[in-house]
Design a protein around this ligand. Structure first.
Ligand code: THU
Length: 145
């Protein structure tokens, strides 16, 4: 699957966002190494703290189905009334959750513009957006297969 297609999956995922409080809708599409896509959206809560980000929803869906081999994740986000989406980078908590299951070269594809109906994006490695990180191997835990 191309990164363009993965961005489209994230845009579809965003449509399911439950955001009555912030009105900020995020979509994520997690690509496994065997080509499966798990979609995630943010799910808010009246008590605020239990809110789950789109990226974590996608990861937790995959892990709860026994899938652990991830290649890339596309992330898109913006306010519900926004005409063209700009950059929406993953929060620190989501970066750490991604770190639990993904290697340094896992790719994060961030939509950064939608000029004239065309999506543009940037591609980052996990190690670029979460340098000097703490992960399972620091706790002497081997990555799951
Ligand atoms: N949000 C995400 O879903 N992912 C991020 O990485 C950043 C923030 C959500 C959480 C909340 O529902 C809304 O965006 C505003 O913070």
């Amino acid at each position: 699957m191309s990164y363009d297609e993965l961005i489209e999956e994230a845009l579809e995922a965003r449509k399911m966002a439950y955001t009555p409080y912030s009105k900020f809708k995020v979509g994520a599409a997690l690509l496994t190494k065997d080509g499966k896509v798990y979609r995630g959206c943010n799910i808010e809560n009246s008590s605020y703290t239990p809110t789950n980000c789109a990226e974590r929803t996608a990861i937790f869906k995959a892990v709860s189905e026994g899938d652990y081999n991830f290649e890339a994740m596309a992330i898109v986000g913006g306010f519900e009334d926004q005409k063209e989406l700009g950059l929406c980078a993953p929060c620190g908590v989501c970066r750490q959750v991604i770190r639990e299951f993904c290697s340094d070269d896992f790719k994060i594809i961030l939509l950064n513009g939608q000029t004239d109906g065309k999506n543009t994006y940037d591609v980052y490695k996990l190690s670029e957006i979460l340098p000097l990180s703490f992960g399972p191997e620091d706790m002497k835990i081997k990555p799951r297969k």
